[in-house]
Write a protein that binds this ligand. Structure first.
Ligand code: NAP
Length: 302
């Protein structure tokens, strides 16, 4: 069997087009556009490139976009005051603080200071609670899990009553996607198992999965013989396993590998995401979707 590829690069374009259309409609009717501020403290190269991508995507969609870059030595109190300013800014509907923050700043304190109604990353405890309750309580599902669910649904993978196995229990991927897939409702309603480093027999659980979601950060952890024939395999892992020279730019770029042995797994699975080009492109897309949702809540459209 050769699996159907689930390409985040393609699904992203469809969703971005939908967002762009909706932004135009809302602008024409209400004279408002979604506003997103990206706060970057310091100049960590990986953070700078993530933030640049977010800004470019927001601009492409016609958002009001603010990039607020501050020096590495900014104090925690100054950052909290800045967040307070954006919490009160009516043109801003989404506040994103790029992580990691410098060591002298308490990340938890900063994330908790964001108005939960502008927390488009979905990391504030109030939004985590809303996600757990499910249904119409959910305002901003965290972006990577929301992207995973979109990939599954838009690829026509049946979820109702499916056995979903999630490898990993992090707060940003494993736990939220497990909660989302077990909720009652479309695109979910699955029977979910979460496995981690204390799990006795990883292979046993993976082999039972109709949908296997792997977010461990261990290259090639999932072996092809652990995959049930015809299963949907979502590989969230992004692992740098070396460097190569880019044909496009002539510069050194990282060689990325997922948590699944892709070449062998694609001959067994029914659907599979590649790395890169699978889950990765969905995260920023869902951030944009959450920012648009935030404006729609404000306008009473949701
Ligand atoms: P994390 O916080 O390091 O959590 C990894 C989880 O995997 C932990 O729960 C850990 O178990 C479990 N795990 C690790 N090794 C395992 C093993 N050998 N067997 C079973 N479970 C194992 O990682 P994360 O932030 O969730 O990220 C996971 C991967 O996804 C990384 O490669 C990351 O780069 C990638 N990622 C991609 C995106 C994207 O594409 N947009 C977004 C986020 C993350 P314990 O809890 O027992 O330690």
């Amino acid at each position: 069997m050769t699996a159907k590829l689930i390409l985040g690069t393609e699904i992203r374009e469809v969703i971005l087009k939908e967002i762009e259309e909706e932004v135009k409609e809302i602008k024409a009717k209400y004279g408002k556009v979604p506003g997103l501020v990206t706060i970057l403290v310091g100049s960590n190269p990986a953070s700078v490139s993530y933030v640049t991508l977010k800004i470019q995507t927001a601009q492409r969609l016609g958002f009001h976009e603010v990039q607020d870059t501050r020096p590495e030595n900014m104090s925690e109190a100054e950052l909290l005051a800045l967040i307070d300013k954006y919490n009160k800014d009516d043109l801003i509907h989404g506040i994103l603080v790029q992580l990691p923050l410098p060591k002298h700043i308490d990340e938890k304190k900063v994330l908790n200071a964001i108005d939960p109604d502008k927390d488009v990353d979905g990391f504030h405890p109030i939004n985590v609670g809303r996600l757990m309750i499910g249904g119409s309580e959910v305002k901003f599902p965290p972006c990577t899990p929301a992207g995973i669910q979109e990939l599954i649904v838009r690829s026509g993978v049946p979820t109702d009553g499916a056995e979903v196995v999630v490898v990993g229990r992090s707060n940003i991927v494993g736990k939220p996607i497990a909660v989302m897939m077990m909720q009652k409702g479309p695109g979910a309603n699955a029977t979910v198992t979460v496995v981690h480093t204390a799990t006795k027999d990883l292979a046993f659980h993976c082999k039972r999965a109709d949908i296997l979601i792997v977010a461990a950060g261990v290259p090639g952890l999932v072996k092809p013989e652990w995959i049930k024939p015809g299963a949907c395999v979502i590989d969230v892992g992004v692992n740098r396993v070396g460097e190569k020279i880019s044909e496009k730019t002539g510069k050194k770029v990282p060689i990325l590998r997922g948590d699944v042995d892709f070449e062998a797994a694609k001959e067994i699975a029914g659907w599979i995401t590649p790395v890169p080009g699978g889950v990765g492109p969905m995260t920023i897309t869902m951030l944009m979707k959450n920012t648009l949702k935030s404006l729609k809540y404000k306008l009473g459209l949701m």
